[in-house]
Design a binder for this molecule. Structure first.
Ligand code: PEP
Ligand code: MN
Length: 343
């Protein structure tokens, strides 16, 4: 329920209503605005009706929140949320670029790929330390050592880093080494993991599951925010369809729709979305056009030697070229590019 207070309502009036909501066992939300204060009450609609909040003299309007997700909905928070990874903003007027290899393969290798990403224009680094691989015989990631490598290189280059978390037991360790957690497509509905990252303050990039609907994706984000962490960035990374010519089908409909339905930033992963190096650039540009707030792109200093996803990883010069081209699209879309200017 959304409760709009009258312009003359005081903080004392708001507190009175919030206390009433809380003592009925519902979740109270306080959202002071420049003109009006808006309150929220989340929980059983029948209990809410019983509170008879409309009768309060300082209440102007009471409206239900129609969507199943509430906290991530634009119905509740109409303005864009801006989520920061380190000092890098995602959302609002900002368009930001994350680059790096699929997996962290060792210090020299990660440093070379990360340098290529940053030199090209990335403002944040990616790289997997715990890899969700389809086959148990594929490279599973470097674990703690890989996290140490990420931390070192991220410090050397002065850019924040993001890595995937697959297990609740690894959350603390990962938070000590990097600036943001990624929940991968395969774990989008691992509800215990969602709740656990929701108990941290670390920003979360939540990737859409390979067979998840848009509503399920937003409800997954709701789990994280409901557990106390508002710093969620949604990521469209392609879904599985009947099409086999590309690794996945990048659903740009979802980007435009999620931006309408939710105030959270939405980024696009054209690397996993296509699985084809030559398609990463065109789909990154399309992402800007549909209103995405950033892209996350795989770039490797030597893709043919990569231990995972070499086929979709850009060469350093391709990445740099794409960043130059993308900058024009970002400006044309009226967005502020967080593209790093090459030294
Ligand atoms: C990745 O980012 O390397 C990855 C495994 O992503 P996804 O969960 O989207 O497959
Ligand atoms: Mn990958």
């Amino acid at each position: 329920m959304i409760i709009v207070l009258k312009a003359e309502a005081t903080k004392h009036d708001a507190d009175e209503i919030l206390n009433k909501i809380e003592s009925a066992g519902l979740k109270p939300l306080y959202m002071p605005g420049t003109e009006r204060t808006v309150l929220g009450a989340l929980g059983d609609e029948r209990v809410l009706q019983g509170l008879n909040i409309t009768a309060h003299p300082m209440v102007d309007d009471v409206k239900p929140i129609l969507s199943n997700y509430k906290l991530v909905s634009r119905e509740l928070y109409p303005a864009d949320s801006v989520v920061h990874i380190g000092s890098v903003p995602f959302g609002g007027e900002h368009f930001s670029i994350i680059g790096g290899p699929c997996a962290v393969e060792g210090l020299e290798s990660f440093r070379a790929s990360a340098e290529a990403a940053v030199k090209g224009g990335a403002v944040a680094l990616r790289g997997g330390a715990f890899k969700p691989r389809t086959s148990p015989y594929s490279f599973q990631g470097g674990g703690k050592e890989a996290l140490e490598v990420m931390q070192q290189v991220s410090k050397e280059l002065g850019v924040p880093a993001v890595t995937e978390v697959m297990d609740t037991a690894d959350i603390d360790l990962i938070c000590q080494h990097v600036d943001a957690l990624q929940i991968g497509a395969r774990n989008m509905q691992n509800f215990n993991l969602l709740k656990a990252v929701g108990r941290t303050n670390t920003p979360v990039i939540l990737k859409r599951g390979i067979a998840a609907t848009i509503e399920e994706t937003l409800l997954a984000a709701e789990y994280i925010v409901d557990a106390g962490n508002p710093n969620v960035i949604l990521c469209e990374r392609g879904i599985r369809t009947f099409e086999t010519a590309t690794r996945n089908t990048l659903d740009l409909n979802a980007v435009a729709l999620m931006k309408r339905k939710s105030h959270l930033p939405v980024i696009v992963d054209p690397s996993h979305g296509t699985g084809i190096r030559e398609l990463v650039g065109p789909l990154a540009k399309a992402a800007v056009a549909v209103g995405a707030d950033g892209v996350i792109i795989e770039v490797h200093h030597e893709p043919k030697e990569a231990l995972s996803d070499g086929k979709q990883s850009l060469y350093p010069d391709q990445f740099a070229q794409l960043m130059t081209e993308l900058d024009a699209f970002i400006r044309a879309a009226g967005r502020r590019s967080s593209l790093r200017k090459a030294a």
